[in-house]
Design a protein around this ligand. Sequence first.
Ligand code: SIN
Length: 478
Amino acid sequence: MGGQEEGPREAFIAGAWRETASRFPVVSPVDGTVVAEVSDCGPAEAHAAIAAAEVASGPWAAATAYERAQVLRRWFEAIGRHREDLARTMAREMGKPVSEGRAEVDYAAGFVEWYAEEAKRVYGTVVPSQFAGKRLWVRPEPVGIVYGITPWNFPAAMVTRKAAPALAAGCPFILKPAEESPLTALWLARLWEEAGGPPGTLQVLPARDPEALSRPFFEDARVRKLTFTGSTAVGRALYAQAAPTLKHVSLELGGQAPFLVFEDADIPRAVEEAMRAKFRNIGQSCVAANRLYVHRAVAAEFVRAYTARVQALKTGDPLAEDTQVGPLVNRQALEKVAAHVADALQRGATLVTGGAAQGLIYLPTVLTGVDPASRILHEETFGPVAPVVVFDQEEEAVAWANATEYGLAAYLWTRDLGRAFRVAEALRYGIVGVNDGVPSTPQAPFGGVKQSGLGREGGRWGIEEFLEPKYISLHLPD
Ligand code: SIN
C-alpha cells in the first residue's frame, strides 16, 4: 500500500500544520533538483512548540500506560501502511536505495511496536525500611519535555528510536530533523496525528539554521532532556549548551568500528557479513565497519572473495529496485571519502577495486596494505570503502581495534568459543557483533563508550533515559 502519496511540507506544532515566514529546499543527491520546499522554523516556532509541549505534558504523563500504548500501537500500524511512501521519500531526499529504505521502515516501526509494549512494563520498586512504621517506594516518572535532534542517515529509525520510548514514558517530544531529510520526519508526524497522538505530544520543526532553532530549547529550563545523534564534535558542543539548565542528555556519536576476522573463521559467512557491516546504507552508519583486520593465514582468501562481492554491487538510482549503492548524501560527504582513499594510497596502500566517483556515487572500494597512520584507520569515513589490514596475533588485533577514541561498535569472526568471549570482553565498545554484521535491533541497547557518546537507545535501557525515579517515603500513623 502507498508509494505515491506526497507527505507534508509544513512544520507540525501543537497538533497543527504551520506555515512559516520562509521555506528551505530539500535537494536530491541524485541530480541536485529540489525535491520539496519545507517550512523553515526559527526561535518563534521553538517557543510555540515548548508552550504546546508544556500544555500536553501533564495530561500525557497522567494518561495510563495502556492509553499511551494504544496510540503508539496505532502509530506502528500507520507506519506499516505507509512503508512504501516512507521508503521512497528517503530515497528521494537522502539517496538511500529504496530496497534498504523498506528495511529501515521495518526497523523504525520495530521501535514503535516494542515501546508500545514496554510502556506497560515501567515498574516501580518497594524498598525495605529499617523502621517498622515506614514504607518506602520508588516510582519512575517521565523526565518532561524532550528535545531531539536526529541525523539524515536513518531518517525514520533515528526518529522512532528516540521518540517512541520518550512518548511511551509520558514525555512530549519535539524534533528537529536533519536539514537533509525533514520529509520522512514530517511523514512520521502525519502518521502520529493519524494515530490520534494528542496535540503537542510529538512536534516536528524542520530548520535550515539548526543553531538558531535550538537556542530557545537549550535556554528554557522547562525542556528537561536533550537526545542527539550525530558527530562527536557537535555532540560535545550540545552537551556544553545543555549544562546551564542541567538537562538530561543522551548522545549517540561517532564510531570507528573494527571488523576482526580470525584464522578459524567461517570465511564465506565472514565475507557476507562484512558486506552488510560495511555497505549497509552505503557505509553511512555510525556502526559501519570502518576497518577490516584479517589474519594473515586467511587474508588472501578473504580479500579475493570479498572483492568479488564488492565488484558485483549494483550502483545507480536509489529509486531503482536493484540498486544497492546510491549517491552519498552530498558533495562534502563524497569529498571526505575521496580524501580518505587518497591519503591511504599516498601512504602506500593498494587499490584493489573502486577508488573513483560517478556524480555523488562513490564506487565500492577495497584497499589493502593500508599504512597504520592512514586517516581511514582513525577517522570515521561514512562511505563505501573497506581498508583491509593483515594481523598475526590475537593480542595485536585487539590492541589495534581498541586504539581509537571511539567505542561504538566492533565485530569479530571466529569459530572458537573461548576466543569469541575473550575478544568480545576485551573490546572497549558498547556493541560487539560476534559472527554478526548487523547487531542493531529494537530490543537491544544501542550506544557507545568513550567519545562515542552517553546513554543507550533501544530495549529497556532506551526508556530509562526518559524516566527519573521519584522516592516516596511514608511514615505510617502511630
Ligand atoms: C546509526 O548509524 O546511527 C544507526 C545505525 C543502526 O541503528 O544500526
